[in-house]
Design a protein around this ligand. Structure first.
Ligand code: PSU
Ligand code: MN
Length: 336
């Protein structure tokens, strides 16, 4: 990006980026609006700790008093978790929040955007936003999708929650040119459940293959996101019968109460946590933990990659045939 930027990067994150060390962005809407208080505060701290234990520098993203921040100090992290006045900010909300001095949590879309702007290439979340059920009438599709189409970052998620229309979300990911790979899986994960009935075109076996895919994307000059779909281990999944019952209730209540716009996702998540007696909450937290671990592993592999040939400022997308003696490390992702 050229020109002035108002994004403030913490010293720790700045140093890590300057050294080419592994960095993982973390979103804050999941903390402020996706998990109940006071558990959300513990989780916010724990996720950062987990990234560090795994060898990566965590960079939680939020807007604090109108300043977009990448890397929060502890008081700010606690404020995002505790303060009921923290608003939900997608990309379109950022300029107003910045101009008016507001404090807000960033969604997948706005976290990805801010993180990518400062050069972060890995991002761990829980579930992506996507196309809502009934979107044919409501047009409710998360801005996460269009933002990821234009943001060069690798996002590790456990798929999308079944509160969404999973098939329609996958179709939109395809239309928007967002690369999707299953992490040691050939089916798209269903967040609370490790599998859905939707097959994926690509499966990768380890973090190195994702880093190689990122290198290949850079060499092609792509500027879209790579979604790494990371299923929850089967023994951590939600009971499918409980899942189906609560899902039906949550969707019906949202409809009855006329919940609209950006309130839809938080309402459904809160209802889910309450109606499963907290079981979905534990599953949710485990899913995010798994994603942070995998994102950290990919960040380590990415950090170890020789990127001199793919530096965005110098890369030449045209290579003469025959291929150079040091061929690009193309991921041997295999079709399932
Ligand atoms: N899906 C989840 N948990 C979440 C969210 C989505 O399973 O916490 C949050 C993420 O921050 C995501 C946002 O980016 O909700 C999407 O909201 P919307 O559908 O209003 O775009
Ligand atoms: Mn929406």
């Amino acid at each position: 990006m050229t020109g002035r930027s108002n994004i403030v990067v913490s010293a720790t994150v700045r140093n890590a980026l300057a050294a080419g060390a592994p960095v993982v962005a973390l979103e804050s809407t999941l903390i402020a609006h996706g998990l109940p208080r006071p558990r959300n505060r513990e989780v916010a701290v724990e996720l950062e700790e987990l990234a560090r234990e795994r060898g990566a520098t965590p960079a939680t993203v939020a807007v604090i008093d109108g300043v977009p921040r990448v890397g929060l100090d502890e008081p700010d992290l606690h404020r995002i978790a505790d303060d009921a006045d923290v608003v939900k900010l997608s990309v379109r909300d950022l300029p107003v929040a910045c101009a008016t001095g507001w404090t807000g949590a960033t969604t997948v879309a706005s976290t990805a955007l801010l993180a990518a702007r400062v050069g972060i290439r890995l991002f761990a979340t829980g579930g992506l936003g996507g196309v809502h059920r009934g979107a044919g009438d409501s047009f409710d599709e998360s801005a996460d999708l269009v933002t990821l189409a234009a943001t060069p970052i690798t996002v590790v998620s456990a798929g999308v929650k079944s509160i969404l229309d999973i098939g329609a979300t996958l179709e939109r990911l395809e239309t928007l040119g967002i690369t999707v790979v299953g992490y040691r899986t050939s089916t798209f994960p269903g967040f609370y459940l490790p599998h859905t009935t939707y097959d994926l075109d690509w499966r990768v076996g380890d973090a190195g293959q994702v880093a190689a895919t990122m290198t290949a994307a850079d060499m092609l000059g792509l500027t879209s996101a790579i979604v790494v779909a990371n299923p929850l281990p089967t023994d951590q999944a939600l009971d499918p019968a409980l899942h189906d019952r609560v899902l039906a209730d949550a969707l019906a209540w949202a409809e009855d109460r006329g919940i609209r716009g950006k309130a839809v996702t938080p309402f459904l998540l809160e209802t889910f946590h309450r109606e499963t007696g907290g079981a979905s909450l534990e599953v949710n937290i485990n899913a995010v933990r798994n994603n942070v671990a995998v994102a950290a592993d990919i960040a380590l592999a990415w950090s170890a990659t020789d990127r001199s040939a793919t530096d965005r400022s110098t890369a030449d997308p045209v290579t003469a045939d025959p291929a150079p003696t040091d061929p690009a490390p193309v991921a041997r992702a295999h079709r399932p």
